[in-house]
Each structure stands twice: as C-alpha cells, then as structure tokens.
Design a protein. Structure first.
Length: 346
C-alpha cells in the first residue's frame, strides 16, 4: 500500500466514519502524529501527501503540526487529527499561543507554491524523429538508463566506503523497472511524465534515495502543472529550471540536507545555478556548462565532511578523498540528459 493511498483512506475515514465532513473551501489545522517508530524521512513523505490531498480538495491548512505527540509503544505508523477553523481566527490564535507544555511542538504555517506566469523564451524541445516526437524522450530515458547501469560497480564500491554498499544495486534495480515500464509511459504532458516516473521510483527504489527521488519528482511535476502544464514538445527552459528548483527545495525540506553536506545536492544546485544564469545561452553551451558543473560538484564532495546520511556517522579519515555515491549517480543522469537536448532556434 502506498503512502498516497494510506492518506486517502485516513481522510475518507475521518470524513465518512467520524463525521468530519470536510468540504471544498474549508480552513483547517492538522496534526500528523508519529506513533513512535516512524522515521523523520517517512514523516516528511506523509506530510507531503497530506498537503497534496488538501490542495486537491481545495482545503486550506493554516497550521501543520508534525512529530511525536502521542505514541503507541513505538509503533511504526501515523495518525491524523484535524480541526476545522472558525472564520474569526480564534482557534488558530489559540493554537499558536505560546505554551510551556514540554511535548507540544509548534506547528508551521502552510506555504503555498508560487504561481508562475509562463513566459515565451526560446523553446527547449525534445527532437522529433520521423514524425514521432516521443522518440527523443525515449532517447533521453534510454541514455540515462545506459549511463547509470555503467556506473553500478563504481557506485557500490563508493558506497562500501561511506554507506552500506548497495547504492549501485539500488540504482540498477530501479533502472531495470523503469526500462521495462518505459514503453507504457504517457508523454502527452511534461507533468504527467514526471508523475509516472515518480510512481515507478516510489514503488521500486528502496532506501533514502528512493524516498528523496520520489519527493523531488513529485515536486517537479507539481511545478510543471503550475507553469502552464505544457506538453513535452512545448516545455521551455524556464519550466525545466523551475521544476529542478522545486525538486531540490523539496529534498531540502523533507530530507533535511543542505548544499555542502556532501550529498547529491552538491551536484544539482550548481547545475541549477548554471541554468538560471545562462537561460539565454545556446543549448550546446548550456549543456556543456551543466555537465562541467556536475563533474565539479562530484569532485567537491570528496573534500566535504558528510553531514547527512550514513556517511555522517563514519570517521572522516575513513572516507577521505571519496566522492559521494549519490552525487556520482546524480551527475551521471544530469550528463546523460545534457547529451540529448538541443536548442530550437526557430
């Protein structure tokens, strides 16, 4: 059972069995409670699905609480508690009122994703081939798969030094699933393509990497919809850049890592900055700069002290001059994508 379906069932139970009766336009506050054995990463995924459900049903969450509020003997699970807010704001004011209760964790205000007005820059298109524009998308995905599989041994070797030695095999497993499911993907909308990839990764990629890539792809898909919900042939560089920015923001929010912590963010944030600063460059120049930024980011992780993930628990001298495997994997797919794009100068 997926996290999304679990959240759907919980809200259905609250509405139908407990008489909450949430309706479009309602204002609420919600507690996502950790029953004791759920990891912070898993809680982040649950919170994301909760906010997606509320957004889908046009319900505004003015205060979100997430954490350990009431446990059940260390149970691996969550519970939801929802209160409908009054129009005068009295309940919200009371919820935010300072307290000395030791186990009451303050909530956070819900921040909506910014609405982006699509512009009309030069278009970054997937190259049509013999009247089949989907061929270029297949080429991009195929290149990513091939290049990642070529790195499996290297990724496992790096991960044996800084983790549990399965980064390469984890990547190989999800790539094989992606390859088998690629013929059935729907390419009509860029957001839909990202959502489908997210669903496959969520189901077939284990560990922290699987959760983070699922979160980031979901965030990117949401941003693609906000940016005009363009078809894959029409997607612009501005849209691609904004999707990457949203994806990285989601990783920072739910993964609690930052650039400089010796993770894939040390590859992807430099790539993002290159895209933001060179939006008017021709695609040959831009992709070369992105590839260079990815390589530089990988090399930088060999000099950084890990502050996130399993590597942060290992003595620095044991991982000296060792690139982060997650960063290597990220750089690999970034460079694979760069090989397959071109600029439509028309």
């Amino acid at each position: 059972i997926t996290c999304k379906s679990t959240v759907d069932k919980l809200f259905t139970y609250l509405s139908d069995k407990r008489g909450l009766g949430l309706e479009s336009g309602d204002d609420i506050a919600i507690i996502v409670n950790n029953l004791g054995g759920t990891s912070e990463l898993e809680m982040g995924v649950v919170c994301q699905e909760v906010m997606k459900w509320l957004d889908l049903h046009n319900i505004t969450c003015y205060q979100l609480y997430s954490g350990v509020y009431m446990t059940s003997l260390g149970m691996h699970g969550i519970s939801l508690s929802v209160i409908r807010l009054d129009q005068e704001g009295t309940l919200l004011e009371l919820l935010k009122y300072p307290t000395s209760a030791p186990y009451w964790k303050p909530g956070c205000d819900q921040v909506k994703l910014p609405q982006i007005t699509p512009h009309a820059p030069k278009v970054v298109k997937f190259i049509p081939s013999a009247g089949f524009p989907n061929d270029r998308i297949n080429k991009i995905l195929s290149t990513i798969y091939t290049d990642l599989l070529s790195k499996v041994g290297e990724l496992d070797e790096l991960d044996r030094k800084v983790g549990d030695g399965d980064c390469g095999s984890t990547v190989a497993g999800v790539v094989k699933q992606l390859k088998s499911k690629t013929p059935g993907l729907e390419y009509s909308l860029f957001s839909l393509l990202l959502t489908q990839l997210s669903d496959i990764v969520e189901e077939h990629m284990g560990g922290t990497s699987g959760a983070l890539y699922t979160i980031s792809l979901t965030a990117a898909a949401g941003q693609a919809k906000l940016a005009g919900d363009l078809s894959c042939e029409e997607v612009t560089l501005i849209v691609v850049t904004s999707c990457l920015e949203s994806a990285l923001s989601a990783i920072v929010c739910y993964g609690k890592a930052q650039e400089g912590d010796c993770t894939m963010l040390d590859v992807l944030y430099p790539v993002l900055r290159v895209m933001q600063l060179n939006s008017s460059a021709d695609m040959t120049t831009l992709t070369a700069l992105c590839s260079q930024a990815a390589d530089t980011g990988v090399m930088k992780t060999a000099t950084l002290k890990p502050r996130a993930g399993r590597a942060s628990y290992i003595r620095t001298e044991d991982i000296n001059a060792c690139s982060d495997p997650g960063a290597v994997a990220a750089a690999t797919w970034v460079k694979a994508v760069c090989k397959c794009f071109y600029l439509d100068d028309l």
